[in-house]
Design a protein around this ligand. Sequence first.
Ligand code: FAD
Length: 319
Amino acid sequence: MYQELQRFGRVKTNEPLAKHTTFKIGGPADFFVVAEDKNNLVALLRWLDGEGAAYFILGGGSNLLVRDEGYRGVVINLKNAMCEVNGALVTAGAGCATVEVARQSIQAGLTGFEWGVGVPGTIGGAVRGNAGAMGGETGESVSAVEVYRSGEVVSVPGSECGFRYRESVFKRNHDVILSATLALEKSENKEGMRKALENLQYRTKTQPQGYASTGCIFKNVEISQLSPEIKNKIETMYPEDADIRRFFTLGKLSAGWLIEASGMKGARAGAAAVSERHGNFVVNLGAATAADVLSLIERTKEKVYTKFGIAIEEEIQII
Ligand SMILES: Cc1cc2nc3c(=O)[nH]c(=O)nc-3n(C[C@H](O)[C@H](O)[C@H](O)COP(=O)(O)OP(=O)(O)OC[C@H]3O[C@@H](n4cnc5c(N)ncnc54)[C@H](O)[C@@H]3O)c2cc1C
């Protein structure tokens, strides 16, 4: 296997995935291949499919919790990082950092993706999870996504990507995203730079600094999905609460708020803790294990359910 894989990129064996996740958590992958080039990546995927081998696509590892046992199979780390601006279209390889896509679009005088300056990880990961911030979402700008699907390279129009809040068809199928094209708008002023700076300042103020994490653990809760009884219960529990009024106006109940209101801020398991600064972040205090984080996740879900009757769902991928 090792020798065959070398035909497609740099290969490591028994590679600790903690080295490749922003959480700095995760056991070893049997094989770890760095794919820097689209053609090699497609050839590798075809070969692995032909062999019936298990594989996992790793972007920036910023939305992942890898279990302590690691991954039995081939982890493919996407590093195809090209990014091209053509008029108001920006096309980036799936392995290009989302921050870099945002930077290049702002530099080219385009508007619509400024919020991307604060989102870690790759554009492939952002498309799959419909990443978003400051009211913007990746899916709003995607005009087409090039994917590897059952041996073929296929272009999927943005309208067929099934984007919803932190969702896309790519979370439900086996497509590997190879590149994405964003359709942005020309902007005559310097608003882009200002918006990007505001976004970064806001994040520094509200998110924990100096600890490894994987961003928000849970999705916010769509208020339209709540039963009338639960909505009433929350409104009765917090009649004067300005946050609650804002959430109801925006249509999403903040998972961080629910976690804080359930008394979980600061809760610890081993070397993992629910951040004191942002209830939806779990921070790695040093040598946290995936087991520590998983036990905090379970406790948090239980507490929120007991207090509000709401089953919060993970935003992160757990492998
Ligand atoms: C400090 C911090 C702040 C964050 N803030 C935000 C935020 O504001 N908004 C937000 O939405 N997210 C945020 N996140 C989460 C994360 O940055 C995003 O979800 C990001 O888009 C994940 O991209 P990635 O490349 O790191 O994906 P990874 O973590 O590498 O992978 C996540 C999942 O996507 C799959 N995947 C990755 N690339 C591909 C591909 N090319 N084809 C098919 N599947 C693929 C993987 O297999 C995995 O299942 C934050 C994370 C951190 C650490």
